[in-house]
Ligand binder design. Structure first.
Ligand code: GAR
Length: 197
């Protein structure tokens, strides 16, 4: 039976769209739910238009109470019999209380070659450090931020004159290739790494 995937987003959701587009035919998984902490996330309207179930849990009313925010997310997930969670540009930190029960069943994409540049502003930091290559990583989510077993990486060159924006765009193109490739493999129970190119 197909694995049921919940995708968590905060913004445009281009990675979510790439994941959804990949889950057809003999793919071992199907998109079952898209969750956003932001009602205005462009990706939510798109997912709804595809006929995918959506949920919005605005984090702002839960300010200072991450446990209550995460309990609400768990409650929205529960009716959907979810097997796997893919974080795809979900810009809220999830605590151990949420992550631990899902460990081994939750993936994240991060726009750097982990373990370098955990956290935010990855492209600006890579440029400031004079890196000659950059990229993205898909990893299993553990309670430590942007940590956890690496399931795949894609590399791009840093070019003369790059800005954080031009580098981000080059990396994002690779994200759209890497994340679907990793999900396909992971959903089959194969945890070997996908290394691109
Ligand atoms: C992507 O570049 C993703 O790697 C990054 O946010 C962007 C979301 O774009 N994620 C993080 O920075 C997580 N810390 P998208 O909404 O178009 O997929």
């Amino acid at each position: 039976m197909s694995k049921r995937v919940a995708i968590f987003i905060s913004g445009g959701g281009s990675n979510m769209r790439a994941l959804v587009a990949s889950m057809t035919g003999e793919h071992p998984a199907r998109p079952a739910l898209v969750i956003s902490n932001n009602a205005d996330a462009g990706g939510i309207a798109w997912a709804r238009a595809q006929g995918i179930a959506t949920e919005v849990v605005d984090h702002r009313p839960f300010k200072g109470d991450r446990t209550a925010f995460e309990s609400e997310i768990a409650a929205r997930l529960a009716p959907h019999a979810i097997d796997l969670i893919c974080l795809a540009g979900f810009m809220r930190v999830l605590t151990a209380g949420f992550v631990t029960p899902w460990q081994g069943r939750m993936l994240n994409i991060h726009p750097s070659l982990l373990p370098k540049y955990r956290g935010l502003d990855t492209h600006a930091r890579a440029l400031a450090a004079g890196e000659t290559e950059a990229g993205c990583t898909v990893h299993e989510v553990t309670p430590a931020l942007d940590d956890g077993p690496i399931l795949g990486q894609a590399r791009v060159p840093v070019l003369p004159g790059d800005t954080p924006q031009t580098l981000a765009a080059r990396v994002l193109e690779q994200e759209h290739i890497l994340y679907p490739a990793v999900l396909r493999r992971f959903a089959q129970g194969d945890h070997t790494q996908v290394m691109l190119p």
